[in-house]
Design a protein around this ligand. Structure first.
Ligand code: GCU
Length: 341
């Protein structure tokens, strides 16, 4: 189920209180930069401090601070401190928080064209994905499409790597093994349809609730990358990892459009340059982080097994036809696929 407007508002109000308690973050009181005349941008993240996204975003902030002589800096709030992603998106839209990392499915809820990059098999691998999503010819209109309606500008993204299925109950080798199981998905129609295509019953849930969801049996299965499997400690409660590689996921960096418009031309250029360095660093960190996550999860008792990938592809392939329903979606899909060839 998607969050309703009412739940989003309630959550946003709760977070506004948290923000007030955090003191608004406009000064350098915490030593993170953004001097007396500087502006510190609060960035909502749902990952831990050991996750590559946190590391790359922290470095983004330091580079920006230095390049703008303290006029702009970034304060990264990890672990859903400012709220889960649906809520963080709403907070960026209304300007209570300046920036956030949100997963592709969240933006699909505001503009259905974003669904294209959330589909299984649209990206072959991380390199292909990064080349598409940072090509302004392909994504320029898409990334500006939320400015009028939601005051949100999309700046590009970080890979989530290949996502696979993991369960509390045992290894999965074909979709039949998921029949009737409750599978956590991100809050999106496509991802609900994806779990259903696998034969599972879909349970949309915020990321931060998933550990308890798996532990308590509210859900029996989930899907994510190895880095999240490890950093969220999901392997402790759902130790059977099955290498489905069913899609290469995508996180977007978003910023409130009015805040972005406040930057001078010079500062905006420094911001763009620092962001490019940050997503490039993230891609480099990703491979190592994945290997380390596998080793650490295995040491913690997780098992990893191969699956019949063709059996998964066969049930997931029809989703593209079902969810690509207009010309702009088709154009995005064609451009993404053309970049792979
Ligand atoms: C990944 C991704 C997050 C997302 C999460 C999820 O960890 O990087 O942005 O929220 O998956 O499944 O919810």
């Amino acid at each position: 189920m998607r969050p309703t407007k009412a739940t989003i508002l309630t959550m946003a109000t709760a977070s506004a209180l948290v923000l007030a308690a955090c003191g608004g973050g406009d000064t350098a009181a915490d030593g993170d930069g953004g001097g007396a005349d500087g502006r510190s941008l609060r960035l909502a993240l749902n990952q831990t401090e050991e996750h590559p996204s946190f590391i790359a975003l922290e470095n983004f902030g330091s580079t920006l601070d230095e390049a703008t002589d303290g006029r702009w800096s970034i304060d990264v709030y990890p672990n859903e401190t400012l709220g889960a992603q649906a809520e963080a998106l709403q907070l960026v839209s209304d300007g209570s928080v300046e920036m956030a990392i949100v997963s592709g499915p969240q933006l699909e809820n505001l503009n259905e064209d974003f669904v294209v990059f959330n589909l299984p098999k649209v990206f072959d691998d991380v390199e292909h994905q990064m080349s598409v999503i940072h090509d302004p010819e392909i994504t320029g209109d898409l990334y500006a499409s939320l400015e009028q309606s939601n005051s949100v500008t999309v700046l590009g993204g970080f890979t989530q790597g290949a996502r696979s299925v993991y369960t509390t109950f045992g290894p999965v080798t074909t979709p039949d093994d998921l029949a009737g199981k409750k599978m956590r998905v991100q809050e999106s129609d496509l991802h609900i349809a994806m779990a259903e295509a696998l034969g599972a019953s879909a349970t949309p849930m915020a990321y931060g609730e998933l550990y308890t969801g798996l532990q308590s049996g509210v859900v029996d299965a989930a899907e994510n990358n190895e880095v999240s499997f490890h950093t969220q400690r999901h392997y402790e409660v759902a130790p059977h990892w099955s290498q489905t590689n069913h899609l290469v996921g995508l996180d977007y960096l978003i910023i409130n459009s009015d805040v972005l418009a406040e930057m001078s031309e010079e500062d905006r250029a420094a911001f763009d340059e620092a962001w490019t360095a940050a997503h490039e660093e993230h891609t480099e960190l990703w491979m190592t982080a994945t290997e380390e996550a596998i080793a650490a999860a295995e040491a913690g008792g997780a098992t990893f097994n191969e699956v019949d990938e063709a059996a998964f592809d066969a049930v997931l392939a029809p989703l593209a036809e079902e969810f690509i329903t207009n010309e702009s979606q088709q154009a995005l899909f064609d451009a993404a696929r053309a970049a792979a060839e």
